[in-house]
Design a protein around this ligand. Structure first.
Ligand SMILES: Nc1nc2c(c(=O)[nH]1)N[C@H]1C(S)=C(S)[C@@H](COP(=O)(O)OP(=O)(O)OC[C@H]3O[C@@H](n4cnc5c(=O)[nH]c(N)nc54)[C@H](O)[C@@H]3O)O[C@H]1N2
Ligand SMILES: Nc1nc2c(c(=O)[nH]1)N[C@H]1C(S)=C(S)[C@@H](COP(=O)(O)OP(=O)(O)OC[C@H]3O[C@@H](n4cnc5c(=O)[nH]c(N)nc54)[C@H](O)[C@@H]3O)O[C@H]1N2
Ligand code: SF4
Ligand SMILES: [Mo]
Length: 657
């Protein structure tokens, strides 16, 4: 038996982009651990990736293409599947134009080479794509509006903070490598305040946990601003470097701090605690991604940007409003034209596909996504896919989405990946390399589109000759997407290599983004049109009341899954957690029905007296066909800006099963 220890980088949709150390026996993955030399990974991994060997070696893994015949998905050869798909795509493009094809890509892998798949669809089309972003759209729009850019202070700059506001963030589950840094900051004397409607694991390291009303953060932030104005806690320079300062001040002063606190359902002492933390600089505001997924989500993030600005916490070490690290920024994807003929907002994908006209959407190609489970209003997404002529899904498993496909192409996994990664929770860049060989019959996304391109060129041979002689011939599409993964990596790294960080270095260890600054907006100049920071100064929309549905549904990250990818065995039934007083008389362990205006699922009830009495929590991950999916209950609605999904403005009730 040969045992090898090999290194790669995690490609999951997670802020951390860990260095992974794999134990491989005779070509089989047996264990995954964290790279002790990676300054952020520090030798440990999250639960879901530690348990990944079971997924990797699962008998459910797809190893041959599937093609729907007489209503059933059956294994076929690559030749047959590619031939079928190429023929259908060419016919649809010819009859209806490329806008009749939708390419949907999500975050199953965050590898930068997935942009070559986008490039293929631009060159074959351009085809219809999504706009906005279900994950961070609202927050992205907020930070781009306010600061003209979206970046974060250096990860380790947190150690310079006297106070840390964890606002709508649960690092104990969704950003686990922030935990040791927070603990270190605390040991050095920093105070940590947590603002979250849910009492969760990270509360144990907070000096104060503020259980704000769901979506009440805007009110809370205005209460804090009112307090800062009243008590002289506002930076005297803020009026000069902030746009709309008078309007912001009027908005904050339009109610008393006590009134704002009541609206946010917190105590005035909570408002004061946050105001004190900001006043006693430096204070770092760490903004989570979940909170933006509301109809006022972008305004909430804007309110936090404003607090950072007026309290004088921008441009100083230990300060800043950190939401997102520019993971794609350093890579060169200038080959993409980003010129789609049409877009559909991602949160409205199901209804958007069904409603599209001139041309209708006839074909959908899905890369690294499970939209039936993970987009809001699963039933409509499912129906939209079920009613298309051609749905192609590239995945390693038969997901809710893949089950609705015409063709499924089997693809590589986390440990077979050959790609470039940038983290969105720190500034490290890394390269993944295959540490086990994919099963015969499996191709990477790059190889799938390259094989499809060859097939398309072969079928277009005659047509192309005619075009060429008419003087409008194009390069063969297979030539455009040609190149090994390593060659594409080199192309994407052109700027990074010019700054001294080579692919060879990244293959040995992750390296800090050479372009990232440690502190943002020093000197208070902002890349906005006016050069000033833009302060939010209007009240955000309020989600409509839903009489009869007393509870807010939280579908939060769980350590047991990465979105729809369960770590070990998927649960037979989801657990819903709520305060005993919110349980509508049901007992712990009861099987009950969780019902919204658009759907219902059966759940096992768990009591937790630490929670608010107007919330119920289920895991974010799902399996729609097994009745275990929060998105069966969640309406498809947009956030106030950035075309995010308002997943968390979902009202439900508990009724007998
Ligand atoms: N284990 C695990 N880790 C993950 C993921 C996973 O599925 N599993 N997913 C990854 C992905 S895709 C992403 S985008 C990130 C997600 O990271 P986050 O979105 O930050 O993670 P969540 O735990 O879903 O949400 C964070 C917190 O926001 C809180 N929140 C919700 N509404 C409000 C509100 O109105 N106000 C306030 N103050 N807080 C609110 C939630 O209660 C929750 O505790 O994590 C990544 N990490
Ligand atoms: N109710 C609710 N819904 C949510 C959220 C929530 O908080 N609540 N969070 C939202 C967020 S933040 C996000 S980011 C989305 C995530 O939504 P998705 O990105 O759709 O979810 P995943 O389950 O991570 O991944 C999708 C699929 O990618 C596949 N995959 C993995 N690696 C590869 C690869 O290299 N190539 C290909 N082709 N496929 C691969 C996996 O097997 C998986 O089936 O979910 C959103 N949905
Ligand atoms: S999912 Fe996140 S925390 Fe877990 S190993 Fe991957 S990068 Fe690290
Ligand atoms: Mo996400």
């Amino acid at each position: 038996m040969t045992t090898e220890t090999l290194r790669t980088v995690c490609n999951r949709d997670c802020p951390d982009a860990c260095g992974l150390i794999a134990t491989v026996e005779d070509g089989r993955l047996v264990a995954l651990g964290g790279d002790p030399e990676h300054p952020v990974t520090k030798g440990f991994l999250c639960q879901r990736t530690s348990q990944y060997p079971a997924t990797q070696n699962s008998p459910d893994r797809l190893t041959a293409p599937l093609l729907r015949k007489n209503g059933r998905l059956e294994p076929v050869s690559w030749e047959e599947a590619l031939g079928f798909v190429a023929e259908r795509l060419l016919a649809i493009r010819k009859e209806s134009g490329p806008a009749a094809i939708l390419h949907y890509r999500s975050g199953g892998s965050l590898g930068l080479l997935k942009s070559v798949v986008d490039y293929f669809w631009e060159q074959f089309g351009p085809v219809t794509v999504k706009s906005g972003d279900i994950c961070s759209g609202a927050g992205d729009a907020a930070q781009e509006t306010d600061f003209g850019d979206e970046e974060s202070h250096d990860f380790f700059d947190l150690l310079n903070a006297k106070n840390i506001l964890l606002w709508g963030k649960n690092p104990a589950i969704s950003n686990v490598h922030l935990m040791p840094l927070l603990q270190q900051a605390k040991r050095q004397g920093a105070r940590v305040l947590l603002v979250d409607p849910i009492h969760h694991k990270a509360a144990k390291l907070a000096d104060r946990a503020i259980l704000v009303r769901p979506g009440g953060d805007f009110d809370l932030a205005m209460g804090v601003a009112a307090r800062l104005f009243e008590t002289g806690g506002v930076d005297p320079d803020a009026a000069a470097f902030c746009q709309d300062f008078p309007a912001f001040r009027s908005l904050a002063a339009s109610r008393s701090a006590a009134d704002w606190a009541r609206a946010a359902d917190v105590g005035l002492e909570d408002v004061d605690a946050i105001a004190d933390a900001l006043r006693e600089r430096p204070c770092s505001i760490q903004v989570g991604w979940g909170m933006g997924r509301r109809m006022n989500g972008s305004a909430i993030v804007r309110a936090l940007d404003a607090l950072g600005a007026v309290s004088g916490n921008l441009g100083i070490p230990g300060g800043g409003v950190s939401f997102y690290y520019k993971r794609r920024g350093p890579f060169d994807t200038s080959f993409l034209k980003k010129n789609p003929p049409r877009t559909i907002p991602e949160p409205l994908l199901g209804a958007g596909i069904l409603a599209a006209e001139a041309p209708p959407i006839r074909a959908v190609w899905i890369t690294a996504g499970n939209p039936v489970s993970m987009l809001p209003d699963s039933a409509t997404v499912a129906r939209a896919l079920e009613t298309r002529e051609l749905v192609v899904v590239v995945d390693s498993f038969l997901t809710d989405t893949a089950r609705r496909a015409t063709v499924v192409f089997p693809t590589t996994t986390l440990v077979e990946d050959d790609d470039l990664l940038g983290a969105y929770g720190n500034h490290f860049l890394g390269a993944s390399v295959p540490i086990v060989r994919p099963p015969a019959g499996v191709k990477s996304d790059l190889e799938v589109i390259q094989a499809l391109a060859e097939e398309i060129d072969a079928r277009r041979g005659k047509e192309r000759e005619e075009e060429l002689s008419a003087g409008r011939g194009e390069e063969r599409i297979s030539e455009k997407v040609r190149g090994t993964a390593r060659e594409w990596k080199k192309r994407l790294l052109s700027r990074v290599e010019a700054a001294g960080v080579t692919l060879e270095m990244l293959e040995r260890k992750s390296v800090r983004n050479p372009f990232a600054e440690k502190v943002l907006f020093e000197g208070h100049t902002f890349p906005t049109p006016s050069g000033k920071m833009n302060l939010v100064h209007t009240l955000p929309p309020v989600p409509p009341e839903e009489p009869g549905f007393p509870l807010w549904l939280f579908s939060n990250s769980t350590e047991k899954s990465q979105s729809s990818q369960w770590a070990a065995a998927e649960p037979d039934m989801l657990t819903a957690t709520c305060h005993p007083a919110a349980a509508n008389g049901f007992r712990e362990g009861d099987v009950v029905r969780l019902e919204s205006a658009i759907g219902s699922i059966r759940v096992t009830l768990k009591h937790d007296p630490a929670q608010r009495t107007d919330v119920v929590i289920v895991p974010k991950g799902g399996n729609y066909d097994r009745g275990n999916c929060a998105n069966a209950l969640i309406r498809a609605r947009l956030t106030d800006a950035g075309e995010g999904a308002a997943y968390l403005d979902c009202r439900v009730r508990l009724v007998p099963a």
